[in-house]
Design a protein around this ligand. Structure first.
Ligand code: IMP
Ligand code: ZN
Length: 348
């Protein structure tokens, strides 16, 4: 972590809705993974984008490849998921939706099914340990893997949605935004929606994807990841914005990720401002807290300092995120009560 966020932001109860498991691995956990696999010759600085540094999208996706080499057994996944959940809890996150792309690895015997089961095991253990955080899981489709894998992933997600005590709540579409086309994934996403999986789609993360975005917005998704190039000021269109507004689709906004990945030139120009002024539901998230060397408290603090938000406005922002979670209404009610109970303490 680059800089400790102020106590207020740390004590602020928070909801994290956009966190990729392998992008969220902290420095401490990376150290443990490296010491388990010295033969890979991976150095710590190959897995993190530090203070003031920026990378091209190609370089960012290269980092994920390196982390995937370090995380290729059930034991690794269990450790990574356990650590990531603990870290979010320690940062004041009360509700977390983790997402991850199930992988198989013939050399270690890892299967996609065991991958998901292992993440679920870590979530259950965090409950048994009494951590003050409610964790759910979104199964991710990597868009690079095409139609067949997407359909297979939806089937797996469907199975787990029915047999995971409500822990698997939805599906994520992510991966290098410049690879593949959403139209090839549409049948799989439609199927997911029909069977009751909630959909969070990375949309318009890079410029010139108007056609794909238009198509996928017709599903419509339940939330949008990034949506950086939706609005007309950056080459999007009013038509796309109107679709988002009409269906009231919340946005997951990840400031530092977009700056370090260079899809947004600077914090002040982040599209948070556009959607915030429209009073459209927008949730501050981290994306990849390990790779981008941040945490959710820092992201709230950055949004507040960049856009001049009062503490009351920051509180409202974190509270309204509850409306956007994929877990059912009774969970929303419990979280709303938690926010009411914690407020005097945070504003003391
Ligand atoms: P994993 O799914 O837990 O292995 O997390 C890493 C994966 O998340 C990457 O390989 C990408 O597919 C995806 N990912 C992480 N950050 C981004 C992003 O900013 N845009 C698109 N995909 C992302
Ligand atoms: Zn993402």
């Amino acid at each position: 972590m680059e800089k400790e966020a102020d106590v207020f932001y740390r004590e602020l109860p928070k909801v994290e809705l956009h966190a990729h498991l392998n992008g969220s691995v902290s420095s401490q956990t990376i150290e443990k993974l490296i010491s388990r696999k010295p033969h890979l010759d991976i150095e710590h600085d190959m897995t993190v984008i530090g203070k003031g540094q920026r990378r091209t999208l190609d370089e960012c996706f290269q980092v994920f490849k390196i982390i995937h080499q370090l995380v290729d057994t059930e034991e690794d996944i269990l450790m990574v998921a356990t650590d990531v959940i603990r870290e979010f809890a320690a940062d004041g996150v009360k509700y977390l939706e983790l997402r991850s792309t199930p992988r198989e690895d013939k050399s270690t015997g890892l299967t996609k099914k065991r991958y998901i089961e292992t993440v679920i095991k870590a979530i259950q253990q965090s409950k048994n340990d009494g951590l003050d955080i409610d964790v759910r899981f979104l199964v991710a489709i990597d868009r690079r893997n095409g139609t067949e894998v997407a359909v297979e992933t939806v089937k797996l997600a469907e199975e787990f949605m029915l047999h995971s005590d409500g822990l698997v709540v939805g599906l994520d579409l992510s991966g290098d935004p410049r690879v593949g086309h959403g139209k090839d994934l549409l049948p799989a996403l439609q199927r997911a929606k029909n069977c009751g999986l909630k959909l969070s789609l990375h949309l318009s993360e890079v410029a010139s994807q108007l056609e794909e975005t238009d198509l996928l917005l017709d599903l419509p998704p339940d939330r949008i990841g990034h949506g950086t190039f939706l609005h007309p000021q950056v080459g999007g269109s009013q038509r796309l914005v109107d679709k988002v507004l009409k269906n009231n689709i919340p946005l997951e906004l990840c400031l530092t990720s977009n700056i370090k990945g260079q899809t947004v030139p600077c914090y002040a120009e982040h599209h948070f401002k556009y959607w915030y002024l429209l009073q459209h539901p927008s949730v501050i998230c981290t994306d990849d807290k390990g790779v981008f060397s941040t945490d959710l408290s820092q992201e709230y603090q950055l949004a507040a300092s960049t856009f001049g938000l009062s503490r009351e406005a920051v509180w409202t922002l974190s509270q309204q995120a509850i409306d956007c979670i994929f877990a059912p209404d009774d969970v929303k009610q419990q979280l709303r009560q938690k926010w009411i109970d914690l407020k005097p303490q945070v504003f003391k």
